[in-house]
Design a protein around this ligand. Structure first.
Ligand code: G
Ligand code: G
Ligand code: MN
Ligand code: NA
Length: 252
């Protein structure tokens, strides 16, 4: 309950911030970005979303956080567009958030209120979403896809769901989890797993983003195996949107 109250204060007290982590293509050119939540507690300092998201998910606070994140994502998308950056932005959606009865309606509403372009919005969902109520999940995804929104499977390969969903869902992208990328190209098993994901995605017509790319060797390996996009500390760390916009201005 304490965390719940603290998170509630965090939202109203401006302690939460959205950062952007740019994604790059094989040439290092930014082609998109993921919005990541950051919480700076007035006394305790920065608290990782890896800690507070699961708590928020457990307590139901994720619904309020999720609404806020979706709105911030749409506002960021608008800001990027206005700065001449017509690139897609990815927003994380937690399973509980997606399963709200009025989720589709809420997304439509925030798009309408902000005027953000739905065709530039990518929603990242995890495999955990796909374990229950698959028919309902498909129906919602189809409805949102009709608006132009695209779907990405985050942390691909770490969940417990079957591969059958890959042909049932209207997907645009897979994100290879950083735990697989981390030990490439040295670890033979991880190398084989990453190559297999890239090959399968290519045959299924899905875009792939590799996450957690930290070394040049990892990037070269991914590029050599046809990975279209990469995200990781080698290229950019998550940063405030303003910082990113200023960087772009400088380089243009
Ligand atoms: O940014 P970082 O790597 O510390 O994030 C840790 C975890 O928190 C990741 O699993 C990430 O997906 C999750 N996360 C970060 N921002 C958000 C968000 O806005 N919404 C949701 N649902 N999860 C987020
Ligand atoms: O689960 P999700 O993919 O949404 O979370 C992305 C998380 O990965 C974010 O918390 C982000 O801060 C983190 N991250 C991004 N790039 C790197 C990286 O190169 N190395 C590591 N270890 N983490 C990264
Ligand atoms: Mn993500
Ligand atoms: Na991930």
């Amino acid at each position: 309950l304490t965390v719940e109250r603290e998170l509630s204060e965090a939202i109203s007290g401006g302690q939460l911030q959205m950062h952007i982590q740019p994604q790059v293509d094989r040439h290092g050119t930014p082609v998109g970005g993921e919005m990541l939540m950051r919480w700076t507690h007035p006394e305790r300092g920065p608290i990782s979303p890896a800690i507070f998201i699961p708590v928020a998910e457990e307590s139901g606070m994720i619904l309020r956080l999720g609404d806020w994140v979706m709105e911030q994502g749409c506002l960021a998308l608008l800001q990027l567009q206005q700065a001449g950056w017509d690139i897609p932005l990815s927003v994380n959606v937690s399973p509980k958030q997606f399963r709200q009865v009025d989720f589709v309606e809420k997304v439509k509403q925030v798009l309408k209120n902000t005027g953000a372009p739905p065709a530039r919005l990518i929603l990242e969902v995890t495999e955990g979403l796909l374990i229950e109520n698959l028919q309902d999940t498909i129906a919602r995804m189809v409805e949102l896809t009709k608006l132009g929104i695209r779907f990405s499977i985050d942390d691909f390969g770490t969940g417990y769901s079957s591969l059958a969903y890959l042909k049932k869902l209207p997907l645009y992208e897979l994100k290879i989890d950083k735990s697989f990328v981390q030990d490439t190209p040295d670890d033979a098993n991880d190398t084989a797993i990453v190559q297999s994901i890239l090959s399968m995605a290519s045959h299924l017509g899905l875009r792939v983003v590799a996450e957690g790319v930290e070394t040049r060797e990892q990037a070269d390996f991914l590029i050599a195996n046809g990975c279209a996009s990469m995200q990781g500390f080698l290229f950019f760390r998550p940063m405030p949107l303003d910082k990113w916009l200023a960087l772009q201005k400088q380089n243009s």
